[in-house]
Design a binder for this molecule. Structure first.
Ligand code: ADP
Ligand code: MG
Length: 996
């Protein structure tokens, strides 16, 4: 029956795949027939039986085989239940709802693809919500939890409640995560057979569970088995650009945005004046017919102020535009490179709108710091280092010192340059109410794809602070990352991942590379009859909008519903104002309330309705046609602009002509659109415009032009993919570290017996310490080792007793370990037994958490720093990887050190601790006897435990000193000074990591 459908699909691999599924679909339907005979209870009984069968299977591959085996029956059970439930009335999101769906064959196919862990591309209105019930039911039978991930809270609730009818009928439990739920409630939801929830809720719960929870009971999630991501492109591609971050109060801040802000404001103003003057002057030059000269100047303006109004106006004139585009291109040829350089130098700074980059020029640097323009250039490190190496006058130590000095200057300048560059970007490329809004003293990012405010998310790399500085709101120096993960890496945690959307094909490569997800294009239930007409291309925005409004008015007059798609909130407002003027009633999606949004969209198919919306991707509510609308031609989709990504355009188009309905779509484009300005084949198009001699209000229209626009889109898509991939490359480094840390942390939380874990840490750390102080080769420092041991643990060892100098490393480590363990066990004897485990867990957790957070902060700074090293012709990613690895090794050692340090510094109650301390001398004597050494010298100054300075001859340790704070105080030392711990490293790279 699918043959006619299959023919409509391109891609023979896809066709073969679908053909293969034919027999399975037949089997599902046969089972469905059989099951009609069963009673409700008999049908339901299958769930329990399967659950029992699957419960015992540990082996992953076997489990999947078993699931594949029962798939036809299980899908049939769901379909059969759906049929039985038809006509059931219940409430969904507090609204009455009547169940009325039985799975179509194409939906069964979609379900199989999802179960296999692929992305099912199914057009809007094909009923993906229902499709998901099949694989979710099947996989929930394993008892490991199956998740459905939505783009917002409302959809999670709506879909969980709608589909919950079927699951509950079949005896499964359904949970739904909502933003305002308490941990206990969340935990219940996650322990249901199925859990619906919004993507970031899942991600944040993961971070809280693994980065912050301190007991098993406070963790809400279970291991990640299976997830289906609805609107998968929105979540895994669009949302993936900003990582999830849980932040807390920061201890330090290093930025200098406030310091540079006034200067940047001044320099931006100066440049703007300069550009305005250039534009005015150029008018005259153009008028004189000196086109090339004029065009050259305008290129300069473009570098200086890409969004200059005068420049934009000039670009409306096809003739001038042609000259300017030509000039710009010519500057990139080798012949004109020096000229380009000179031209840029006449500005204070240059901005590359395409690359989103901003840099000071020589003039700008002088302006910023007249005394020392070099303050904002990076010294040539390679040459400088080579010079130092070749300098005969310096000995090795002096060379190292000299290089360190150089590095320091470079680091400081890097930071300043970075701050300035971010401020320039904030001022010149980030517009208020477009890229962000300011609300209650906070800069809130507006998602450029959906127009939604992304509360709580922040731009990284200091950009957010730069925008805060620009807007004069409090710069959020108060926060520091406590836990972070990218959306990508969260979803990679799942053993099996699947997705569904109306538009995945254009991003198939990315899905494959990043998530190992293939895309299967599922045919529609009924043939699509949508008419996609050619783009209309206008010279100016103004002409374009006039035509759009006229078009809407005509459709509205014949009662045809219109969905107007825009690419920004700003554009939506423009359209809305123009419609008001024409007195055309309309609704605007302001994306504030998801529930209202769903209602507005649901009404959008009624006769004569006009709905204006920014970006329809990920909205997940489909538009059904009202009575008589089919006769008017169905829903008419009008887009006021081509989006950067073809996918988003396809999403918009797909909103009409669902389930075989009639429908039409049309895109309006102008040369002033950002896409066209930055990536369009503007030059060729300008020629076309001239050839046709376009009059005011006239538009170009040709399939060839559609393709040009799409080429531009492909270029942007490619660039955006690269950006995301890069971000991921960086996060991959973090991801590995996160896995290790979270693994360790989880073990500490979940183990019944934390002591072995604690001892393991000791066993790893003590030999390291021995090797550090008493290396096999090189200078040995047994006294230092003894000192460290006595200050870290209350061992009260004397040099004679320990005789570390005469032991091999192995012996020394064994000896110390034994002493520490014995002393520790003595301490535990005095503690309240029930709280010992708790103490031990916390001893590990505290060490991990404090140092890991510091580490996250340091990694952030590292990322900033390596980014700047790109100027020095080094690959920042490689630098980042190398240093991150080093830092991580240090981190692990530091954590172990801190665990040791904490071991004796916590107690369940002070009495216990006092008792321990009192029994300690006794123990020490005893231990020393068994250690076959004398104890006579134990009272000697310098050799008693320094943690007990007031200790008398008898060896009484004072409580106050023994209970030293577990937290190391960061001494007041400059970041670049040698660390007071004596490691020989710089303070900032050692104990002062993360400090100001
Ligand atoms: P999508 O997410 O694919 O755009 P939805 O899941 O929102 O589509 O479903 C679109 C509409 O189609 C919903 O109103 C749903 O009730 C309806 N629908 C889905 N599957 C069926 C079916 N098999 N029979 C009848 N109606 C269906
Ligand atoms: Mg949907």
């Amino acid at each position: 029956m699918f043959t006619w459908l299959l023919k409509t699909i391109v891609g023979s691999k896809n066709v073969r795949m679908l053909k293969k599924l034919g027999p399975t679909v037949t089997r599902i339907n046969q089972h469905d027939e059989e099951f009609k005979k069963l009673s409700d209870d008999e049908l339901r009984a299958k769930t329990a039986a399967w659950k029992e069968q699957l419960a015992g299977i540990e082996d992953r591959a076997e489990l999947q085989r078993k699931l594949d085996e029962i798939l036809p029956e299980a899908f049939a059970v769901v379909k059969n239940a759906a049929r039985r439930l038809c006509g059931t009335e219940y409430s969904v999101c507090d609204q009455p709802y009547t169940w009325n769906m039985v799975h179509f064959d194409v939906q069964l196919i979609g379900g199989i693809c999802l179960h296999r862990g692929t992305i099912a591309e199914m057009a809007t209105g094909e009923g993906k919500t229902l499709v998901a019930t099949l694989p979710l039911y099947l996989n929930a039978l394993t008892g490991r939890g199956a998740h459905l991930v939505t783009t917002n809270d409302y959809l999670a609730r709506r879909d969980a409640e709608t589909m919950g009818l079927v699951y509950k009928f079949l005896g499964l439990t359904v949970g739904c995560i909502q933003h305002d739920q308490y941990p206990e409630v969340r935990r219940e939801q996650y322990h249901c057979d199925l859990t619906y929830g919004m993507n970031s809720e899942f991600g944040f719960d993961y971070l809280r569970d693994n980065g912050m929870a301190t007991s098993k009971e406070s963790q809400v999630q279970r291991p990640h088995y299976f997830a289906i991501v609805d609107e998968v492109d929105s979540i895994l591609i669009d949302e993936a650009r900003t990582p999830l971050i849980i932040s807390g109060p920061a201890t330090v801040s290093t930025h200098q945005f406030d310091k540079f802000k006034p200067l940047i404001e001044e320099i931006v103003r100066k440049q703007s004046m300069l550009c305005n003057r250039l534009v005015t002057e150029t008018e005259a030059v153009f008028a004189k017919g000196e086109n090339e000269k004029a065009a050259d100047t305008m290129v300069k303006v473009k570098f200086g102020q890409p969004r200059n109004k005068g420049l934009m106006r000039m670009m409306e004139d096809p003739d001038r535009r042609k000259h300017i585009d030509k000039a710009e291109l010519s500057f990139y040829t080798d012949a004109r490179k020096p000229e380009l350089y000179a031209l840029k130098e006449e500005l204070f700074f240059t901005i590359d709108e395409r690359q989103h980059e901003a840099d000071l020029t020589e003039q700008g640097r002088t302006f910023m710091n007249p005394e020392d323009p070099d303050a904002f250039t990076l010294p040539d490190m390679a040459t400088a280092f080579a010079d130092i190496d070749n300098n005969q006058a310096l000995d090795d130590a002096a060379k190292v010192a000299e290089k360190a000095k150089h590095q320091e200057v470079t680091d400081q300048r890097s930071e300043a340059i970075h701050n300035i560059s971010q401020l320039l970007r904030a001022y010149c490329l980030y517009e208020k109410d477009v890229q962000y809004v300011v609300e209650e003293g906070k800069v809130v990012i507006v998602d450029e794809f959906t127009g939604r405010k992304m509360s709580g998310r922040r731009w990284s790399d200091g950009l957010h602070q730069a925008v805060e500085a620009k807007e004069g709101v409090t710069i959020d120096r108060e926060t520091q990352t406590l836990a972070t993960i990218t959306i990508q890496n969260y979803f990679r945690l799942y053993e099996k991942l699947a997705g569904m959307t109306g538009t995945a094909e254009t991003e198939a490569n990315e899905f494959h590379d990043v998530y190992k997800l293939d895309v299967a294009v599922i045919p529609t239930n009924k043939p699509i009859v949508r008419k996609d007409v050619n783009d209309l291309i206008f010279k100016t925005r103004r002409e374009k909008y006039t035509a759009v409004i006229k078009d809407i008015a005509e459709a509205h007059a014949k009662k045809q519903p219109v969905l107007v798609g825009t690419v920004s909130v700003e554009a939506s407002q423009v359209v809305s104002r123009m419609l008001q003027r024409e007195k055309i009633p309309h609704a605007v999606l302001n994306a504030k309330y998801h529930m209202q949004e769903a209602e507005i969209i649901a009404r959008a198919g009624q006769p004569g309705s006009v709905t204006v919306s920014t970006n329809m991707a990920g909205r997940g509510t489909d538009i059904k046609l009202g009575l008589g609308v089919a006769d008017t031609g169905g829903l008419y989709v009008v887009a006021t602009e081509r989006h950067e990504a073809r996918r988003i355009d396809r999403q918009l188009r797909g909103r009409c002509a669902r389930q075989g309905d009639p429908g039409q779509s049309r895109f309006y484009v102008s040369f002033e659109d950002d896409l066209m300005r930055n990536f369009g084949a503007a030059d060729r198009m300008t020629k076309m415009m001239e050839r046709f001699g376009l009059q005011e209000g006239e538009a170009l229209e040709h399939p060839w032009l559609n393709r040009s626009v799409e080429t531009a889109q492909k270029r942007v898509e490619q660039r955006n993919y690269q950006t995301r991939k890069r971000a991921l490359d960086y996060d991959d480094v973090m991801n590995k570290q996160r896995e290790v840390i979270y693994g360790w942390r989880n073990e500490a939380i979940s183990t019944e017996e934390p002591r072995p874990l604690l001892y393991e840490t000791l066993e790893e750390h003590i030999p390291d310490k021995v090797a550090e102080f008493v290396p096999e080769e090189g200078e040995k420092n047994p006294d230092g080792l003894l000192h460290w041991c006595n200050t870290t643990f209350p061992l009260g060892l004397t040099a004679e007793a320990a005789a570390l100098g005469s032991k091999t490393s192995q012996e020394a480590a064994d000896f110390l370990l034994e002493r520490i363990k014995k002393s520790y066990e003595l301490k535990c004897k005095h503690e309240v037994p029930e709280s010992v485990k708790h103490l031990e867990r916390h001893c590990i957790l505290n060490a991990i958490d404090r140092l890991w957070q510091e580490h996250l902060y340091a990694m952030d700074s590292l990322r900033e720093a390596v980014h700047l090293r790109a100027y020095g012709q080094k690959d920042p990613l490689i630098e980042y990887k190398t240093e991150a690895y080093q830092m991580f090794t240090e981190l692990m050692a530091n954590i172990k050190g801190e665990v040791c340090h904490n071991l004796f510094r916590s107690t369940s109650n002070l009495e216990a601790f006092g008792a321990f301390l009192q029994s300690l001398p006794q123990f020490l004597i005893h231990a020393d006897e068994t250690g076959a050494q004398t104890t006579e010298h134990r009272g000697q100054p310098g050799q008693r435990p320094p943690s007990a300075p007031s200790e008398g001859e008898g060896g009484e340790i004072s409580m106050a000193s023994a209970l030293q704070p577990a937290r190391r105080e960061v001494p007041k030392v400059g970041r670049n000074e040698p660390c007071p711990c004596g490691s020989g490293k710089k303070f900032k790279n050692c104990c002062g990591r993360g400090a100001a």
